[in-house]
Design a binder for this molecule. Structure first.
Ligand SMILES: Cc1ncc(C[n+]2csc(CCOP(=O)(O)OP(=O)(O)O)c2C)c(N)n1
Ligand SMILES: [Mg+2]
Length: 312
């Protein structure tokens, strides 16, 4: 990903990343009995991890992790191979898409369904990099529900004490399954908790990829310069249920309509047209190319032989 997020190449890359994430989610949502989509949260995942370079570490939240895999250079074939338990997946089919990752590309997989360990493991990873004398920065994403766990507090405190090069990103979709964040948290933003640990922290518009990218760049630059950790609370919305079988009847029509109008992909398309004079035709061409690529790769991987775990 080009470093300067305002360059035209970076804009197309961000757009493609959000489309890949959305279209893979749509396919999984349609084909799988159970799937946990990141509809509406693509600006957070693609924006927060978009400035990492080779040698850095990505610790994605489970929701939307496939967009991060793509950003870090995993091919669609590898990502879909992971989803469909094919040999093209890095784990040879042992881990499903939600638990995917790639150690060579320095992506920490979710090795467990339990929420929390990825935050502390990511913090430990940054500590290991420090001890090793490396210069990699780690970006760790977690949900607003996960923020309720003690592991976040321990990790943020330790990161501050040791000045670890970490950007913590709360993928704040305002829900933990059917519970509203505002009902079970004492804060308005997790940024206020982080401020208590003396971390530079802020809440940002998580549906504006340019805002997410700018905030992420600031934190990553600080970490790279030896300034220690930063926390960003990226406020977004889970457009739909917790998983494909959840109709999200606990969300009000009002909030659904409000947030659908803030769909990060639509917003970015408007930005491309209005502020960067990119034509609707160019945008549609990219959309069609990505859609074709996702579907063709999906069918190709589906036709390939599934892994027999008995032989592994
Ligand atoms: C320690 C732990 N508690 C509860 C669960 C059950 N659980 C799975 S997903 C989920 C929602 C988590 O909310 P959040 O962190 O906001 O992530 P989101 O699903 O909204 O992306 C919960 C409670 C779990 N997996 N691990
Ligand atoms: Mg949540």
């Amino acid at each position: 990903m080009p470093k300067d997020e305002t360059s035209i190449d970076a804009l197309w890359h961000m757009y493609e990343g959000m489309l890949v994430s959305r279209m893979l989610d749509e396919k999984c949502f349609q084909d799988f009995a159970e799937w946990y989509p990141a509809f509406g949260e693509e600006a957070v995942t693609i924006g927060a991890f978009g400035s990492l370079v080779d040698g850095d570490f990505a610790v994605p939240h489970y929701r939307g992790s496939m967009g991060v895999f793509w950003l870090r250079g995993m091919s669609l074939e590898e990502i879909i191979g992971g989803l469909l338990f094919r040999t093209s997946s890095v784990s040879l089919g042992r881990l499903s898409g939600l638990h995917g990752g790639d150690f060579e590309k320095q992506i920490l997989p979710s090795v467990t369904n339990v929420l929390g360990p990825n935050v502390s493991s990511g913090t430990g990873l940054a500590m290991a990099e420090r001890i090793r004398g490396g210069s990699g920065v780690t970006v760790i994403a977690f949900g607003d529900g996960t923020a309720a766990l003690g592991t976040l507090h321990e990790s943020v405190n330790m990161a501050k004490i040791y000045k670890l090069p970490i950007l913590f990103v709360c993928q704040n979709n305002q829900y933990s399954i059917s519970s509203r964040s505002s009902k079970f948290h004492s804060w308005d933003s997790v940024a206020s908790w982080a401020a208590g640990y003396n971390l530079p922290s802020s809440q940002i518009d998580g549906n504006d990829i340019m805002a997410v990218r700018a905030a992420a760049n600031e934190g990553i630059d600080r970490a790279r310069a030896g300034g220690g950790p930063t926390l960003v609370d990226a406020l977004t919305f889970r457009m739909g249920g917790h998983l494909s079988t959840d109709k999200a009847q606990y969300q009000s029509d009002e909030e659904r309509v409000k947030w659908e109008s803030k769909d990060p992909i639509k917003r970015f398309e408007e930005y491309l047209q209005n502020s960067r004079q990119i034509s609707v035709t160019e945008i549609s061409q990219v959309r069609e190319r990505v859609q074709r690529n996702v579907l063709e790769t999906w069918n190709k991987v589906l036709a390939s032989e599934a892994v027999s775990l008995a032989n592994q």
